[in-house]
Design a protein around this ligand. Sequence first.
Ligand code: SF4
Length: 206
Amino acid sequence: MSETTNRGQQLASLHARLGGCRLCLEAGYQVYPRAIFSGGLGARLMIIGQAPGITEKEAGRPFNAGSGKRLFQWLSQAGIEETWFRSTQYMTSVTKCYPGRSKSGSGDRLPTPAEQRLCRPYLEAEIALIDPALIIPVGRLAIGLFYAGQFTLEEVIGTEKQLDGRWIIPLPHPSGASRWHQAESNRLRVQQAVQRIQAKLHFAQN
Ligand code: SF4
């Protein structure tokens, strides 16, 4: 069996396990058990978000609504076209199931650290099997996977780092409710991140 066939089977098996995963429910966390991700072998770029929102849960695809629109507006400035990305690259998140609304009712709740730990082996397996050359963690929770300790978005957006032979270039969460990326100084940071992504595309696609 070729290495690619083997990896393809492992990825199919991983996706099947994700499709039936009820670990959070079994541990008492009220998630909506439908793992949202997209992509397959051959992807060289990987976007990692925080967790699906309600529109992602309903549509069954990552970054489906306004956040996705803004994210792909940023990426289009790096020369990445949304249809191409969605059909050939990989999108996933720190936790894969919609966590529901926050207790205050203002927005979706953040997955707890325990939920993140439950889901982490899936993400590690996705990264190992897809083996992306460039990872774009989107939002603080996803960025925290690659930046240890305390950090501010101001410190990391617009920077890049290499880890295990991959480039990591973080972006802020593109939610319309976020004021962070709307501040002028932070728009410049997002532009720097976009330029870095563009500069890495050649590397990522070879
Ligand atoms: S969030 Fe992850 S660990 Fe929790 S039920 Fe969904 S797939 Fe399983």
